[in-house]
Design a protein around this ligand. Structure first.
Ligand code: AMP
Length: 394
């Protein structure tokens, strides 16, 4: 079976054709800088990378190019459905859904919660409906996995009116990645699905952690928006909310401008004054760059505090699973982080950690509990699996 997976952002569209059973990826690519003279389509097929310039192309034109490519590569005929990454479902959906008019309408109602992402995500569904009239579309929501959080985890200490009228609560993001990694961890490391305590640690350019009890999310670090929680590439993570008013006055800028700055210019980038890219920072730190050293120190310390905090809802930690570009690849960051967490009983296997768990089946700790492991995320495969299941059942 073949599923087309689409992830439409404000100026990009990622795509892949995947076998949901074997996980085989037949083709993958990205249309970038859409709406600009530099728009282009890059793809990988049969081990070869190719690029096509698409000056001025919008989402519709780019996806038409993708369809042409799928015909050229003979992948279009075997498609059974299209799975879409959608950011925000608010409290409306706790799982993936067939993109019926009702589901689309409810996702549109969540635009105020995800103003930058939901519109292009929905546009992707609309275009796919036109380009693949015979195929069903499935929406896979980034917030859905976290809907099992209890009120004590998702409520902010604000009046009920804010919650009831303005939907103010914690939602959590990266849900597709946390669900994939938690499920894979339970399978791969022989945990009891009905009696397991896992902390999933997604460290990419965006970073978040989730406490997963018996396969269900009970708490997570991101909140109303992806700005809350740990330090990220360009996001500051949790700060005193009064900072927004304070800096708005100091700089003569609106609250929206300050929040935008906190999303795009803070985090590792702001702290280091150098880069949001962890590889660059680790290299710079080794060469004595003070900003890089401080950024890494704050990143690891804040992350450790959040991970330790997630042990509260779980009551114990069986496994801590690292994923994402940093989580899967950066041994010095994992080592520094786990230095802070030794009091939990975590004992790092230094050689296994340096080798990114390659020779130990992903395990990077000694046999003591909690275990630390690396589980590469695969959000596209998760979307393909959900799509196959829903299309098959509909
Ligand atoms: P992602 O958003 O999951 O693609 O992750 C991006 C982050 O992962 C960036 O900060 C990269 O510097 C980091 N990263 C990717 N590969 C490596 C690597 N081999 N070593 C250290 N960091 C890496």
């Amino acid at each position: 079976m073949k599923i087309l997976v689409l992830n439409c952002g404000s100026s990009s569209a990622k795509f892949a054709v995947i076998d949901p059973e074997s996980g085989e990826e037949f083709i993958s690519g990205i249309a970038q800088r859409l709406g600009s003279p530099q728009a282009s389509l890059d793809w990988k097929f049969g081990g070869k990378k190719e690029t096509k310039e698409l000056p001025g192309a919008d989402h519709d034109q780019a996806l038409r190019e993708v369809v042409a490519l799928l015909h050229e590569t003979k992948l279009a005929d075997g498609l059974r459905g299209v799975g879409h990454r959608v950011l925000h479902a608010g409290t409306k959906f706790s799982g993936s859904r067939l993109a019926t008019p009702d589901v689309i309408a409810k996702t549109e109602e969540c635009i105020p919660l995800g103003p930058l992402h939901n519109p292009p995500n929905l546009l992707g569904i609309k275009i796919a409906e036109q380009l693949f009239p015979g195929l069903k579309n499935v929406a896979v929501f980034d917030t859905a996995f976290h809907q099992t959080m209890p009120p004590r985890a998702y409520r902010y200490a604000v009046p009920a009116e804010w919650h009831d009228k303005f939907m103010v609560r914690r939602y959590g993001f990266h849900g597709t990645s946390h669900r994939f990694v938690a499920g894979q961890t339970i399978k791969q490391f022989g945990l009891d699905p009905n009696n397991s305590a896992v902390i999933t640690v997604h460290l990419g350019n965006g970073c978040s952690c989730a406490a997963v009890q018996n396969g269900k999310c009970v708490d997570t670090t991101m909140g109303l928006t992806p700005l809350e929680g740990v330090v990220m590439g360009t996001r500051c993570g949790s700060v005193d909310p009064a900072l927004v008013g304070y800096m708005s006055k100091n700089l003569g800028k609106s609250a929206e401008e300050i929040v935008d700055f906190m999303n795009k210019k803070c985090g590792l980038l702001g702290l280091s004054g150098l880069s949001n890219d962890m590889r660059t920072l680790v290299e710079a730190k080794d060469k004595g760059h003070e900003g890089a050293r401080l950024a890494i120190e704050v990143f690891c310390y804040v992350l450790a505090k959040h991970i330790a905090g997630l042990a509260v809802p779980l009551g114990r930690v069986d496994v801590m699973a690292f994923t994402g570009g940093i989580g899967e690849n950066s041994w010095p960051i994992r080592a520094q982080l786990m230095g802070h967490l030794a009091f939990l009983g975590l004992s790092l296997d230094e050689a296994a950690n340096r080798a990114n768990g390659k020779d130990t089946g992903g395990r990077i700790s000694r046999e003591t509990k909690p275990q630390a492991v690396i589980v590469p995320t695969n959000e596209e495969l998760m979307i393909a699996r959900d799509t196959a299941e829903i299309v098959g059942a509909s």
